[in-house]
Design a protein around this ligand. Structure first.
Ligand code: UD1
Length: 344
């Protein structure tokens, strides 16, 4: 019998790419999503890629009754990947309670419902934001958790602690938190990708929208950092590689290969790239000229971070395979395909 995975937030950017990889591997997928930052058309994109649709429930993870009834209807659910959360750093500073209610309330409900239904395996979508500006690079999982710079970042730290505490209290759950670095790119088919609402906050959607002519120019936030070219450095990972890390994590739990009941792994490429390197690589792979200007630093940004991926490679037997050029090319293909469809 094929395993069933419940994917909360499965209609979102990372959730939809992860759903595709699970379906391609023969898993049954059930999605719970409130469509708060995604659209029902994502199901069509998944269908075009996989030839099948996951089971979909328009349910908010903060709604205990509804979440509970999904578990009651599907006693076969023994594994959950929890993506459902708000994720805009700036918005979290303006509306902290929106983030605390949803990200923490959803986590608490999910753990309770998993416990009540004897559901064992959990993979949680965490972030390298928990490290703040690390003292040592590349950053390992042992690096200290620094004071969060935003309510969004704080919710990631608290969710990891909630999971740890609940497991320590004797709950039969075992969990893996994946600390993502900067996910970018889109499925190679360009049928699914990132769908930012309004003006993008993140670099790559801003780059592709500028190249497409929707934005006048990219603003590069700061060129006076202590980095080789002065612009900030991040570890950009292709979303499909990231999706595959979730399969590796769930299989580790299903096969009881986990060393502890709560584990954390960095999920990045192990390479840092500056904002200017992103711009140059984008221009090379897409043959587009990008308008940009250097402006002041963005509040709350760290200077540089990239992952030490040795533990993920060893324990999950997973490594990022796609290049920065692959990521940027796929993001550009997705932007074009998406615009073509909405302009129809
Ligand atoms: C942030 C979060 C991360 C979260 C991610 C997704 C922090 C510290 N980081 O990552 O946890 O998972 O968002 O929402 O909370 N840049 C520009 N111009 C732009 C946009 C970005 O120069 O128009 C620069 C930024 O200054 C940064 C880099 O590009 O150096 C990447 O920015 P972004 O894509 O927003 O991701 P992070 O801030 O690294």
């Amino acid at each position: 019998m094929a395993e069933t995975v419940l994917v909360t937030g499965g209609m979102g950017y990372i959730g939809s790419h992860t759903t595709v990889e699970f379906l391609n591997k023969g898993y049954n997928v059930i999605i719970v999503d409130n469509l708060g930052n995604s659209s029902i058309e994502v199901l069509d994109g998944i269908y075009k890629i996989c030839g099948q649709k996951p089971v979909f429930y328009n349910v908010d993870v903060t709604n205990y009754q509804q979440l509970s009834s999904v578990f009651k209807s599907h006693p076969e659910i023994n594994s959950v990947i929890h993506f459902a959360a708000w994720k805009a750093v700036g918005e979290s500073v303006e509306q902290p309670l929106k983030y605390y209610n949803n990200n923490l309330g959803g986590m608490s409900n999910l753990l309770q419902v998993m416990q009540e239904n004897g559901c064992q395996n959990l993979v949680f979508s965490s972030s390298c934001t928990v490290y703040g500006q690390p003292d040592v690079l590349p950053v390992t999982e042992q690096a200290p958790i620094k004071e969060a710079l935003s309510p969004y970042g704080f919710t990631k730290q608290v969710c990891e602690t909630m999971i740890k505490d609940v497991i320590a209290s004797n709950m039969s759950v075992r969990a893996i938190a994946l600390r993502y670095f900067n996910p970018i790119g889109a499925h190679k088919s360009a049928e699914i990708g990132e769908l930012p609402n309004g003006v993008p906050n993140n670099l790559i959607p801003f780059v592709t929208q500028t190249a497409y002519g929707i934005r006048k120019e990219l603003m590069i936030f700061g060129d006076d950092y202590n980095t080789p070219d002065g612009t900030a450095v991040r570890d950009y990972i292709h979303v499909t590689d990231l999706a595959l890390a979730h399969i590796a994590a769930i299989e580790r739990l299903i096969e009881s290969r986990n060393a502890n009941d709560f584990e954390v792994f960095n999920v990045g490429t192990g390479t840092g790239n500056s904002v200017l390197e992103i711009v140059k690589t984008f221009e090379q792979v897409t043959a587009q000229k990008l308008n940009y200007k250097i402006v002041g630093r963005r509040a709350g940004d760290i200077e540089q971070v990239w992952a030490d991926t040795a533990v993920a490679e060893r324990e999950l037997n997973w490594t990022a395979k796609l290049s920065l050029a692959d990521s940027l090319e796929s993001a550009w293909k997705w932007e074009n395909n998406y615009r073509k469809n909405i302009e129809k």
